[in-house]
Design a protein around this ligand. Structure first.
Ligand SMILES: Cc1ncc(COP(=O)(O)O)c(C=O)c1O
Length: 428
C-alpha cells in the first residue's frame, strides 16, 4: 500500500472534522497535571520536579508524565489543523507542556524526513521499509527534541542552571538549548566521548566535565553536585519533559503515514525516552480521535556489548538489572541501567514487540555499508537498528509485507572513532 492511497485518505475523512483547516486556530496547551508512572500521585504543573519519591530501596523513584485534558481539545483541534502548524515540533504545541509561547525555544527541531531508501529496501528484501532520519535535527540527533522541551520548561519555571550526564548527543543538545535560553549548562560525559561532542559543548558555552567511567558514573556526579551547585537535573526521564519532546516522533510518524501507523518500529535504545514517548503519543492520539487502536510492534535494539533491556525482556523481568562491563561503539546504547526500564519493557510487551541485541562487531561495518546504500550518514545506533531489521526478517519475525520504520537517531559525522575504523576496514 502506498502512503497516499485513496482508501487511506477516505478512511481519514470518515473520522475527521470537516471544517477547512485554514479556519482552525492552534489551541493553547491543555497540560493539566503531572502523574507518577508508578504510584499515580499527581502534582501541579508549576512545580519543578525530578523523580517521584515513591518506590523502595531496590526501586529508585519513578518518572512523572505530563497529562493533558485531551477531551477539551478534541472537538476544537482536528488533525487537519496540523497543516497550518510550523514545520517543527511546536506543530503539536497543544499537547506539549509549555504554557507561554515566549518560552518555546526553537532552533529547528523535529519534523524530520521519512525516507524510502530504495536501494536499502532492495538489499534487505523489505519493500515497505522507511528510515525516519533524525540526523537533520539541531546538533544532529533526536536528542534535540527532548532537550528542546526540557530546557523550554526549565526556562518557564525559572531554572538558572541545568546539569546532565550524557553519552554525547544529549550533552550537545542541552548546551545548544541552554545557550538559546540563557541558562547555564553543566555537562558530564565519559572521558572517551568523541571530540566533536566536547567541542560543541565548548562552543555553546556549557561547562563540560569528562568522567572516568560510564554514563551512570556521570549521573552520580550530577546527583552529588545538584544540591550544593543549584543545578536542575535534566537526566533522561528524571525530569518530566524530555519524553514530551521525544513523543513528537510518534505524532510525526502518524501524520507522515497519513494516520495509519506502521506495523513495526525499530528503535535503538539507551535510556529509552523515545520508545516510551512514542508509546505515550499513540495513546494520546487515540484519545484525540486521530488514530484507532492498532499499534506498531515496538522493537528495542541494543548491542551485545550492553543489552540490559534485551536480557530483562528475554527473562520476563519487569525491571532491568545493571549490565556489568558495558562497552559498545554505539555510545548512545552504552546505558547499563535505565530509570525508565519498566516503562520500556511494558511498551514492548503491550505492543507485541521484541528486543534484540545486535552483535557488537557488526555495528561499525554496518554503519558504512548502510550509509553507502542510502546516502544517509548513519550513526552506529541507527545502523545497529538496520542490522536488527535484517535479523528479524531472517528469523521470520518481520513479514515481507510489514510496514517497517527504522530510526536513524543521529548523524555518524561526530563519531571520530568510527571514521578512523573506516580506514582500518578499507585496508583489510
Ligand atoms: C544517536 C543515539 N541513538 C540512540 C540513543 C539512545 O536513546 P534513548 O536514551 O532515548 O534510548 C542515544 C542516546 O544517547 C543516541 O545518542
Amino acid at each position: 500500500m502506498t502512503l497516499n492511497s485513496e482508501t487511506n485518505i477516505n478512511k481519514q475523512r470518515a473520522i475527521s472534522d470537516q471544517r477547512p483547516a485554514t479556519s482552525i486556530q492552534q489551541p493553547a496547551s491543555c497540560f493539566t497535571h503531572l502523574e507518577c508512572t508508578r504510584c499515580g500521585k499527581t502534582e501541579p504543573i508549576d512545580k519543578l520536579l525530578n523523580l517521584c519519591s515513591c518506590g523502595s530501596k531496590a526501586l529508585s523513584g519513578a518518572p512523572f508524565f505530563a497529562r493533558y485534558d485531551l477531551n477539551a481539545i478534541r472537538p476544537i483541534w482536528p488533525r487537519e489543523a496540523l497543516k497550518n502548524g510550523p514545520s517543527n515540533l511546536w506543530r503539536y504545541a497543544p499537547v506539549m507542556p509549555v504554557q507561554h509561547e515566549a518560552n518555546r525555544l526553537s532552533l529547528g527541531e523535529g519534523w524530520t524526513p521519512l525516507l524510502e531508501t530504495p536501494r536499502l529496501r532492495q538489499h534487505l528484501g523489505l519493500p515497505n521499509l522507511w528510515i525516519k532520519d533524525e540526523s537533520p535535527n539541531v546538533t544532529a540527533s533526536f536528542k534535540a527534541r527532548g532537550l528542546c522541551l526540557a530546557v523550554s520548561r526549565a526556562k518557564e519555571l525559572g531554572v538558572k542552571k541545568v546539569a546532565i550526564p550524557s553519552a554525547g548527543n544529549a550533552g550537545s543538545a542541552t548546551a545548544a538549548y541552554a545557550a538559546a535560553a540563557g541558562i547555564a549548562a553543566f555537562v558530564f560525559m565519559p572521558k572517551d566521548v568523541p571530540q566533536p561532542f566536547r567541542d560543541e559543548c565548548d562552543f555553546y558555552g556549557a561547562k563540560l566535565e569528562l568522567v572516568d567511567g560510564l554514563i551512570t558514573d556521570c549521573a552520580q556526579k550530577v546527583i552529588a553536585g545538584k544540591e550544593t551547585q543549584g543545578w536542575f537535573d535534566v537526566s533522561t526521564l528524571k525530569e518530566p519533559y524530555r519524553v514530551e519532546g521525544k513523543k513528537t516522533m510518534g505524532y510525526e510518524l502518524a501524520e507522515q503515514f497519513e494516520w495509519e501507523l506502521p506495523d513495526v518500529i525499530i528503535y535503538p535504545t539507551g535510556g529509552g525516552t523515545g520508545l516510551i514517548g512514542m508509546w505515550k503519543a499513540f495513546d494520546e492520539m487515540e484519545r484525540l480521535g486521530w488514530i484507532g487502536s492498532k499499534r506498531p510492534r515496538m522493537v528495542s535494539i541494543q548491542s551485545t556489548g550492553c543489552a540490559p533491556i534485551v536480557r530483562a525482556f528475554e527473562q520476563g523481568l519487569d525491571h532491568a538489572p545493571e549490565w556489568e562491563g558495558a562497552t559498545t561503539i554505539a555510545a548512545g546504547l552504552r546505558v547499563p541501567r535505565a530509570v525508565g526500564d519498566f516503562l520500556m519493557l511494558r511498551a514492548i510487551r503491550e505492543s507485541g514487540g521484541t528486543a534484540v541485541a545486535v552483535p557488537e562487531e557488526q555495528i561499525a561495518p554496518a554503519t558504512y555499508e548502510y550509509s553507502q546504500l542510502t546516502g544517509i550518514f548513519f550513526c552506529p545506533e541507527g545502523a545497529a537498528a538496520v542490522v536488527a531489521a535484517q535479523m528479524l526478517f531472517g528469523s521470520g519475525w518481520i513479514k515481507p509485507d510489514d510496514r517497517v520504520v527504522i530510526f536513524n537517531t543521529g548523524s555518524g559525522l561526530k563519531y571520530a572513532e568510527l571514521c578512523r575504523l573506516k580506514n582500518v576496514y578499507a585496508k583489510t
